[in-house]
Design a protein around this ligand. Sequence first.
Ligand SMILES: Nc1nc2c(c(=O)[nH]1)N[C@H]1C(S)=C(S)[C@@H](COP(=O)(O)OP(=O)(O)OC[C@H]3O[C@@H](n4cnc5c(=O)[nH]c(N)nc54)[C@H](O)[C@@H]3O)O[C@H]1N2
Ligand SMILES: Nc1nc2c(c(=O)[nH]1)N[C@H]1C(S)=C(S)[C@@H](COP(=O)(O)OP(=O)(O)OC[C@H]3O[C@@H](n4cnc5c(=O)[nH]c(N)nc54)[C@H](O)[C@@H]3O)O[C@H]1N2
Ligand code: SF4
Ligand SMILES: [Mo]
Length: 681
Amino acid sequence: MGTRTVLGTCHHDCPDTCGWVATVEDGVAVNLRGNPEHPYSQGELCPKVNRFIDRVYSPDRILQPLVRVGAKGEGRFEPVTWDVALNRVAEALHELIDTWGGEAILPWWDAGTQGLIQMSSLDRRFFGHLGATQLTGSLCGGTAHAGAEATLGTGLASDPMDVRHAQLVILWGTNTKLTNRHLWPFVQEARDQGAQVVVIDPMRTATARAADWFIQPLPGTDVALMLAVMHVLIRDDLIDHAYVDAYTVGFDELAERAAEWTPSRAADVCGVPADEIERLATAYGTTRPAFIRTLIGAEHHENGAMFFRTLACLPALTGSWRERGGGLARSVGSWAETMVDDSVFNSANGAVRRSVNMNHLGRALSDATMEPPVKALFVWCGNPVVTVPNAELIRNGLERDDLFTVVSEQFLTDTARYADVVFPATTQLEQLDMVPSWGHLYLGWNEPAIKPRGESVPNTELWRRLSRALGLTDPTLYENDNALLRAALPSVDLDELRTNGFLRLDLPEDLRPYAAGGFGTPSEKAELSSPTLAAAGHDPVPQFVPPAESAAGDQDLAARYPLALLTPKHHTRFLNSSYTQLPKHGPREGKPFLEIDAADAAARGVRDGDRADVWNDRARLNLEVRISERLRPGVVAVPFGWWSADHGQEATANSLTSDTLTDWGGGVAYSDTLVEVARSG
Ligand SMILES: Nc1nc2c(c(=O)[nH]1)N[C@H]1C(S)=C(S)[C@@H](COP(=O)(O)OP(=O)(O)OC[C@H]3O[C@@H](n4cnc5c(=O)[nH]c(N)nc54)[C@H](O)[C@@H]3O)O[C@H]1N2
Ligand SMILES: Nc1nc2c(c(=O)[nH]1)N[C@H]1C(S)=C(S)[C@@H](COP(=O)(O)OP(=O)(O)OC[C@H]3O[C@@H](n4cnc5c(=O)[nH]c(N)nc54)[C@H](O)[C@@H]3O)O[C@H]1N2
Ligand code: SF4
Ligand SMILES: [Mo]
C-alpha cells in the first residue's frame, strides 16, 4: 500500500472550512496538515484539528453498535452486532408507528459535520417516509440570516476576504481571533495598510485585546447603539444621498426613528458613553472604505434578528456597499447555495407534518399535551444535552422510560449516554463529502483517507441500513454517496473539485453585490422600512426592544437575578462541545469556571479562586471563580463546551440558559439569561 496523500476538507461547524492533506501509510492516517494551496486557510489548521488524528484513533471511539444496559444517563452499554441493533430499532419503530403514528418520531441533528451529505441528506427521505415530526429552527445562523434578509431580501452580503481592502474594520459581535481565525490575516493585511480595527462586544475577548478600539455595550443592547450611530450620520449629513435615493426605501421613516435615538439616550441603554457613540458614527461616516464584519454570536438574543436587520441598514446609509472593502460581511452560506442544491434530498412526502423547533427539544420531550407525544428520538451530529439551552429540561425528557432514543456518534457524549441504541459514526477521514463554507467562497472536497474504523459507518449508510431493516422499498432511500453529491451539485465539475480539493464558487472576483442596488427584496432596494416585516407583525423600522429576560425587560426577575450571564465559546481547543474529552485537548483548557468583575465579586464576598454557586430558576452550578477585567459590572460569564464529567456535576452552562426564541428566524436567546451568584463552602 505504501504512503499516499489524500485531499480533504475540515467538516467542523466553523466558518473557516480549511482544506487539508492527510498522509496515509499502509492504510493508517499518520499526518494531517493544512493544504498550502488553499487560498483562504493557506496551509494552516487550528489547535483543535492539528490533533484530529488523536480523535480518529482515540481509544474512546465508539466502534460497534451499543445497546444500553444501565439506567438512562449512566453510560453503561454493551456492544452488539449491527443486525441486533438495527432489528431493535426497526421493532421499536414499527410498534410505535402502529400505536401513535409517524409523528411520534422526532429526528434532531445539528452541524457536527457540515458536510453536505453526512449532515443531512437521506435522513430527510427516511424520516419523510415514516411521516416523522419535522425539525425546524436553528441553533446557529437562522436568526442572523432572517435579520439580514429583512433588509437585503436574501442572506447575500460582502465577501469576508475583501476586508483586506478596508480602511476601517468594525468587528461587531464576532470573536475573529478565536472563532474565525483564518480571517485574521486578512484583517491584519488591512491594518498594515493603515486600517483601524474596532471591536464591539460585551466581553473583552482576545480579538478585542488585539484591536485598536474596543467598545463594550451591555449584552443585547446593540440596536440602540446602531440607532444612535444612524442619528449622528443623519444629523451630520454623512449620508450618501445618491445611494439612498436610488437604492433604498423607507429613509424618511428610519430618519424619524433615529431622531429619537440621541447618543445620550442610547448611552443609558447600552452603557457606551455618548461621546464614544459620536466618535464611532463619525469614523463610520467619514472613513472609506468601511467594512463591517459580523457572524453569529449577537443573534442569540430575543432581539437577535433585529440586530442583523438594523446592522444591514448601515452600509446603505453611507453608500458603503459601493466600495471594495466596504459593505457588510456575514455568513456566506447563502452564496454557496447559489451552486449547491440540497433540496434534492427533500422527502417525496409532501404531506404537512407536525414540526418542532430544535431549540425546544426539552419542551417537546416533556410536553404531555403533545398529540402524539414524542416516543422516539434520533440524534446525530449534535450533543444537545450540552449545547442546547435550558438543558435540564432535555435531560428530564431523555430520562423518560417510555422514550426510545437512538444516537449516532463517534464518542459517548452526555447525550449518547441516554440512548437506548448507539450507532458508531465515522469521522471526516473515513467518509466522502463536499463541504460548503459559510466563511469563504470555496467549496471543499473530502475524499475518504482511510477505511472506516471498526464497524463505524457514515450517516448516509446508517439511513440506508435503517431503511432496509424497516423493509422500505423506495429506491431513493438507497442512493449512494456519489449519486447524492452529483444530484446536489449539478453545475460543479466534480472531477476538477476532487482533483483540486477546493473550487471557488462561480462568482466575480470583485463581488460587491449591491454596488448598484440589486437587492433581493420585493422593492429590489434595501428596505430601511420593510413592508414584509410589517405584514409579519413586526416593527417595519429598526427599533430597540429590550429582551424580556434582562434588567430592562423584567424588573422583578432582575431583582432576584441581577447578573446577566454570557456562556461564550472560549477555547482554542474546543469546537462547541467537541474535543473536551480528549487528553491533549480538554485538560489543557483547564476546568469550568465563572468569570466575574471585581465589583460584583466584592459585593458578594467572593474572591478569586473561591467556589461559588451560580443559579436561576432553571438550574444551579457550582464553579471556581475567576475575577476578570473582561466584563462590565453586572455581566458574568460561564464558557460553554465542557461535559458533565468536567463539571463534576450533571449541570453545565446551558442548564442555566434561556430557551426563549428570537424575535424571528427560529433561533434561541441563550445570551439573555439572568442569574445570581453567591460564595459556597
Ligand atoms: N475555537 C472555536 N472556534 C469556533 C467555535 C468554537 O466552539 N470554538 N464555534 C464555531 C461556531 S459553531 C460558530 S457559530 C462560530 C461563531 O463565531 P462568532 O459569532 O464570532 O462567535 P461567538 O463567540 O458565538 O460570538 C461572538 C461574540 O459575540 C459576542 N456577543 C454576545 N452577545 C452580544 C451582543 O449582544 N452584542 C455584541 N456586540 N456582541 C455580542 C460574544 O461576547 C462573542 O465574543 O464560531 C465557530 N468557531
Ligand atoms: N451556551 C451556549 N450554547 C451554545 C453556543 C454558545 O456559544 N453558548 N453555541 C451554539 C452554536 S453556534 C452551535 S453551532 C451549537 C453546536 O452544538 P452541537 O452541534 O451540538 O455541537 P457539538 O458539541 O460540536 O456536537 C457535535 C457532535 O457531532 C458529532 N459528529 C461530528 N461529526 C459527525 C458525523 O459525521 N456523524 C455523526 N453521527 N456525528 C458526528 C461529534 O462527535 C459531536 O459530538 O451550540 C450552540 N450552543
Ligand atoms: S475547526 Fe475551523 S479552523 Fe480548525 S481546521 Fe476546521 S475549519 Fe479550520
Ligand atoms: Mo454555530
